[in-house]
Design a protein around this ligand. Structure first.
Ligand code: HAM
Length: 427
């Protein structure tokens, strides 16, 4: 026994093992096809960025920047670095740096891990994964609608039920400023019911104060002036333009004037897809328009809109709505006895793979009985047996394994040279 004390994984950071990983891979494949159908191209950015990118992009007075980022000082050059808590800021940085969006607008996506130091619970992790989609350089509202229609298609492709769309408009900076003044006045009037966090934020980020879950503050929040009521004609026309297109596509939505999102870069359209079937963390996807972010991060001004899906939450919902059996490790399991038979089985397995079949050769020298147990556990449709008799006759014994199959329990002999062709026809 080793002296080394075993090491556990980190809190809030999950391993994914087979067969669960097969679902991840299937989801990723479906998502790539779905995105290709709308002309989205993959853009990959590093996990690490300068901390100031996120502080500026997401906003200093947000939960993410104030308390959830994994940041550290790189001792080699004294730089403050952060593991990305989202994709948008990094993608915008990259697009600016490579002059990627000025010749023509761009539709891009990224998929991968992001990091937030939150209290873990079902659907909330410290390392989680996002499918992030950004349309850079489009003023909308046509593209805002396209993104939402596209999401409705993904839910359909996956067979998801009970997922609903909430919309809001955050207007433009001047409208938010007018609303903000009214809101701060309201908060000041009700300062006695505000909790500590709300008092701290009432001047720096009053909109986020309304996002509170504190029951004692609900009445105050419900009575607060609504940003939506401060929207001018242009912002309302943008919102109407989005709604008309959602109506065209037959997509239902509700206006939620309290929806503000947890990141500061949004204007006009914001939306979330939510469900009641994931416990407390019911938001599967969130996004919106961020027309000011590219300029804020040092680029030439250009409008943009996007969203991110939480993959763990999406998988949880998908598993509920479309549960499936464990996928098989292989289609054919080759069992053998003796050195020569093992070598022959390895060659035959290669010929099966040439024919597009998934094959596993038993490894190690155990008896037939335990090899057949392994063959069963692998989920294979058939076992191909190569023993002394088979080597002598040049014919493999094929045993059909799967319950429910017409051929289950049957066995037959097939010449080595014909195995690939015959099995390929039958499977
Ligand atoms: P977000 O709302 O912060 O938006 O995150 C998007 C999604 O990530 C959430 O709706 C949720 O499904 C998932 N998520 C967030 N935190 C966690 C967590 N701790 N554990 C598991 N899943 C989580 C953004 O990140 C924006 N960048 C979206 C965007 C893109 N807006 C415009 N473009």
């Amino acid at each position: 026994m080793s002296e080394f004390k075993k090491v556990a994984g980190l809190t809030g950071m999950k391993d994914a093992l087979p067969p669960e990983t097969a679902r991840w891979e299937r989801l990723e494949a479906i998502v790539r096809d779905w995105l290709a159908g709308y002309g989205y191209q993959n853009l990959r950015t590093p996990v690490l960025e300068h901390t100031r990118l996120f502080a500026r992009g997401i906003g200093e007075v947000t939960d993410i920047v104030e308390k959830e980022m994994y940041s550290f000082v790189d001792p080699l050059n004294d730089e403050r670095l952060t593991m990305r808590p989202e994709f948008t800021a990094g993608i915008v940085r990259s697009a600016i740096e490579h002059n990627f969006l000025y010749d023509r607008p761009r539709r891009v996506y990224a998929m991968g891990p992001v990091f937030r130091h939150e209290r873990p619970q079902r659907g909330r992790y410290r390392q989680f994964h996002q499918i992030d989609v950004e349309a850079l350089g489009f003023p909308g509202p046509d593209v805002d609608a396209e993104l939402i229609v596209m999401l409705a298609r993904l839910w359909r492709l996956l067979g998801l039920k009970d997922i609903r769309l909430e919309l809001n408009s955050l207007g433009q900076a001047a409208e938010r400023a007018a609303h903000r003044a009214a809101l701060v006045a309201h908060l000041e009037k009700h300062v006695d019911v505000l909790d500590e966090e709300a008092r701290r934020r009432m001047h720096s980020n009053p909109l986020r104060v309304l996002d509170t879950k504190n029951p004692a503050m609900q009445d105050m929040a419900n009575a607060a002036p609504r940003l939506f009521d401060f929207l001018g004609a242009e912002s309302l026309a943008h919102y109407r333009g989005l709604c008309d297109r959602l109506d065209d596509a037959g997509i239902a939505y509700t206006l939620n004037p309290r929806l503000v999102r947890g990141l500061d870069y949004y204007n006009l359209t914001v939306f979330e897809w939510v469900t009641d079937r994931l416990g407390a963390q019911g938001t599967v996807c969130g996004g919106g328009r961020y027309d000011g972010l590219i300029e804020l991060l040092g680029g030439k001004p250009a409008p943009a809109v996007g969203f991110a899906i939480g993959m763990e939450r999406l998988l949880d919902l998908w598993q509920q709505d479309a549960p499936d059996q464990d996928p098989a490790e292989c289609q054919i399991y080759l069992v053998h006895q003796g050195d020569e038979a093992q070598r022959r089985a390895a060659q035959i397995a290669e010929s099966l793979r040439d024919a597009g079949l998934r094959a596993l050769v038993h490894a190690g020298s155990t008896g037939f009985k335990s090899q057949f147990r392994r063959a069963d556990a692998s989920g294979a449709v058939a076992a191909v047996v190569i023993g002394g008799d088979e080597l002598a006759s040049g014919q493999a014994t094929v045993k059909w394994l799967r319950a429910g199959d017409a051929g289950q329990g049957q066995q037959e002999s097939i010449a080595f040279g014909q195995l690939a062709g015959k099995l390929q026809q039958r499977i």
